[in-house]
Ligand binder design. Sequence first.
Ligand code: ATP
Ligand code: MG
Length: 585
Amino acid sequence: MSNDAAHPATLPDDAAPEKRDFIRQIVREDLASGRHVAVKTRFPPEPNGYLHIGHAKAICLDFGIAAEFGGVCNLRLDDTNPAKEDPEYVRAIQDDVRWLGFDWHDLRHASDYFEVLYLAAEKLIRQGDAFVCDLSADEVRAYRGTLTEPGRDSPYRDRSVEENLDLFRRMRAGEFPDGARTLRAKIDMASGNINLRDPALYRIKHVEHQNTGNDWPIYPMYDYAHSLSDAVEGITHSLCTLEFEDHRPLYDWCVDKVDLANSPDLLAPLLAKGLPKEASKPRQIEFSRLNFNYLVMSKRKLLAMVNDRLVDGWDDPRMPTLQGIRRRGYTPAALRLMVDRVGISKQNSLLDIGILEGALREDLDAAAPRRMAVIDPVKLVLANLPDGHEETLTFSNHPKDASFGQRSVPFSRELWIEREDFEEVPPKGFKRLTTGGEVRLRGAGIVRCDEVIKNDAGEIVELRGWLDPESRPGMAGAERKIKGTIHWVSAMHAVAAEIRLYDRLFTVPNPDDESEGKTYRDYMNPDSRRTVTGYVEPAAASAAPEQSFQFERTGYFVADRYDHTPERPVFNRSVTLRDTWATKA
Ligand code: ATP
Ligand code: MG
């Protein structure tokens, strides 16, 4: 399953300035010194959930570095834990990587290498570097020692090569039940690094695998499979997050002891799959995870939120999954901008969500056409216009970029305006419409409110006003100085739309903090979604799904990816125009 033969990674935005973080510096030096002739990276998600904003950082780094240095990047599904993996996730991962603007050289699975990994394990056994251990999981734990105490050798550590080979082959043949035995590396039970205390390389698990079916009753452990998969693929720089720093000695141990680059016989099974035999000695480099406040990003918690219906699914627009924020209206360009801003370091930190929202505002300010929409409508009748009056005005689609062109906006005697743009008793400094006061109707003229009509409950149901006939577009009177401008839509032409006003899913900066005896579930924002019916101008209703707009004075909105149709428009609020949360708090 590979793309066309040599598919160099391409950058979505090649005008970006050269980046100089420590990883790119290492890559630059390795190329300059001739240690590598070309760069090869991989993005290795485990298909046990949907990708999230944190993964966007890893994707931009893995694919971005390959592209910048003329190399290639593989997408590798790290599918060594069959019980938790699902083809649904495999599909979504591919969709997300492409959406972010990247394409892989080869699509691989760790399971493509199960045969190679098995042969490599036999090699380790023959070298005296691995043994079959009969300790139970509890016993292994007891033998392992602690951070301050060394572990003890397993009583099975000195089995002969012949006995180990025989037992391992019988493990592979499915002779033993789950958990009865493991294959363990023979390294050092006294190592200060617990990862090196004879770690398990294989476990017995009679579970069907989403890619290999029932071929294997044993599965390789993460560190073993990951390091050797990198080597099999000829990866030069294996980038991962900081929690793997302590695993690097084991990673290197596996790569060195198996030495795939000099063991063509171990690579023979690849031929049968039509895969190239091009093993390397990869180098692991760690960088900090991306974490934002006001979100949770662990796949385990996201899965629980989906299963317990705290949200509407993986692609709920409030979720930090790539499918979720895509539906919310985040753009690939905004995410790439955010990743560039955040930079690459070895310092883990909880970043302010404002960085993410700010990147979206910046991208959409430049990229989103403007439209008018009224979210909380109240009717304004221009009583001095004749009944049935209608006309067509011309608006530019973007105030700062003429290339967006112009559109027709219908105007008529009855308008919808925003309820909050009228105050009977205006607070000090109020610049919008009041009884007897004037306001500019964006692009249409100046209106004075003469009358407020209320229902029996005292609620305003209609405003009646007078449109200054000398203030129409192009007339000298249009220049008259007026304090405020409000947006509107023509009641006769506007289309009723479902508008989903999204807000943050959590009310506290660190929902993962359990120190008060609470969990993230206690901090869910009850107002994270409010659905209202508003009115949008025809040129917004007719949008294609996933088209983003700035609704003037209101925020950035996107036509819902799944539910929007021109007849029944549905818009999701992606982000407010300004950081209103900061002022609310
Ligand atoms: P989680 O802990 O959220 O379940 P994970 O690390 O188990 O995520 P993987 O599918 O193993 O998820 O991750 C694939 C790649 O993405 C790995 O290289 C991992 O280091 C990287 N990655 C995962 N989460 C983040 C993050 N928050 N920031 C940056 N990179 C990440
Ligand atoms: Mg993982």
